[in-house]
Ligand binder design. Structure first.
Ligand code: UD1
Length: 421
């Protein structure tokens, strides 16, 4: 199995265009099922997860074609409504097919989804919401057989006890062509969800997102949706990964095609740690190390607009180079510190207790041979290896490839000595 070989401590410098967002492209690819015809999704990243989503779409009878940065999905002849256990296990997002298939076919057979092992990741919110919309759910072992009771899915008022991203997406997909209006209270409002809503609105859906202390999404069911051409949002997690790696090498970078508003919280943290940040023309961000990195006191993961859990491992890797102590509190997933023992192999000083993790930064980490434990944990190891002295090797690359498009080529453009071999 191939490894990433990184010659660390090389100052990264240059400019890059950020790839399209994985977490936005997956639900949008799935949402194409709600239309009948050819959708063109621009800036759709070429990743293991988008490839697996296309495999499922193909098995259901859709045609998918990659044309450079775009994915063309023709959903005219969708005939299937069952997804195999194997394909469901390839990623967590496969569960979002449920809402879309039920809306189009009125019946769906799926299995429990896979995804990174960062916690128990149940699907009880999804099932409960679909039941409230008049869907019958029969669970036999890992198999879920779901049917719409009556002619159409019924709009409903759904209160989420936690603003789950996947559940909010599933409800939206089930609701856009349902009978009546669906209101999701305490909805997740991550930028990727807004991107899904924007795609659906372009197809003819009626959706209103209200952001206040009780975020809600209101969806008025429409008769049908039309296919469209849509440009997927840039990936804020990839952008923050590049910024962190550049900061770890005391370098500078101009990232193009990235929305500062999507990175609000993260840019504040990077600035507090000693990075100079300038934004240009609404979608370019420049970052440069202004002074030696220093720790921020506390970073607590929260649903959007709070600090994203996906960036916790990545900023943690950067904090290992920052003077002082940083406390990380992980409130979203109970098993999201699996990267810690790997970071320790670089000489990082980290203590973990339950959902709290404390790092004590040191000026120099040394090289290490490490293994990615999950997608973002793997990205954290790249940040550590970039800043560390010596040659590091990272294995288990399929995890990293789930979310980062040709990662070595991106860093190579910034002057990194990084190879896959
Ligand atoms: C999505 C993102 C993932 C991100 C996460 C939180 C995608 C493809 N993945 O994952 O990168 O880390 O949001 O921002 O977009 N929960 C339940 N029952 C459920 C559903 C969720 O208890 O039925 C819990 C989960 O165990 C977790 C929390 O709710 O503790 C948040 O999960 P959720 O927001 O649903 O995350 P995902 O949609 O899986």
């Amino acid at each position: 199995m191939k490894k990433l070989v990184i010659y660390g401590s090389k100052k990264l410098k240059g400019e890059l265009t950020v790839q399209g967002s994985k977490n936005a492209s997956l639900p949008i690819l799935i949402a194409t099922i709600l239309t009948k015809g050819e959708n063109i999704l621009k800036r759709c990243p070429n990743l293991n997860d988008t490839i697996n989503t296309c495999k499922i779409l193909t098995i259901l009878g859709c045609k998918t074609k990659r044309q450079e940065n775009s994915l063309i999905v023709d959903t005219t002849n969708l005939y299937g409504n069952e997804i195999s256990k194997h394909l469901m296990s390839t990623m967590r997002s496969s569960i979002i097919f449920l809402g879309a298939l039920l809306a189009r076919c009125k019946e769906a057979i799926v299995y429990l989804p896979g995804g990174c092992d960062i916690g128990t990741r149940p699907i009880n919110f999804h099932i409960s919401a679909l039941k409230q919309m008049g869907i019958q759910v029969k669970k036999t072992g890992e198999k879920l057989h779901c049917k719409v009771k009556g002619e159409k899915i019924k709009g409903a008022n759904i209160f989420l006890s936690f603003p789950s991203v996947g559940t909010t997406e599933n409800i939206i997909l089930a609701a856009v062509t349902a009978e009546g209006t669906t209101n999701i209270f305490n909805a997740a409002i991550e930028p990727e969800i807004e991107d899904l809503c924007n795609y659906l609105k372009k197809c003819g859906a009626k959706i209103k997102v209200t952001k206040n202390n009780k975020n809600s999404i209101s969806i008025e069911g429409v008769e049908k949706l039309n296919p469209c051409t849509y440009k997927i949002m840039p990936d804020r997690i990839v952008a923050a990964t590049i910024f962190s790696a550049v900061a770890a090498t005391k370098g500078e970078v101009l990232l193009k095609s990235i929305k500062p508003i999507h990175l609000n919280h993260t840019l504040k943290i990077l600035n507090e740690m000693g990075c100079l940040i300038k934004t240009y023309d609404d979608d370019n961000i420049f970052l440069k190390i202004k002074k030696p990195l220093k720790a921020v006191k506390e970073i607590k993961t929260m649903p959007h607009p709070g600090f994203p859990t996906d960036l916790q491992p990545i900023i943690m890797a950067l904090s290992c180079f920052a003077k002082g102590t940083t406390i990380f509190i992980e409130t979203i997933f109970e098993n999201r510190f699996r990267h810690v023992p790997e970071l320790e192999k670089f000489g990082a000083i980290i203590k973990v207790k339950n959902r709290i993790c404390v790092t004590k930064g040191i000026a120099n980490l040394h090289s290490a041979n490490v293994c990615a434990t999950d997608l973002r944990g793997g990205a954290a190891l790249i940040v550590a290896a970039m800043g560390a002295h010596g040659i590091s090797k990272i294995c288990n690359l399929p995890y990293i490839d789930r979310g980062y498009e040709k990662i070595e080529e991106q860093f190579f453009k910034l002057g990194a000595n990084i190879f896959r071999k």
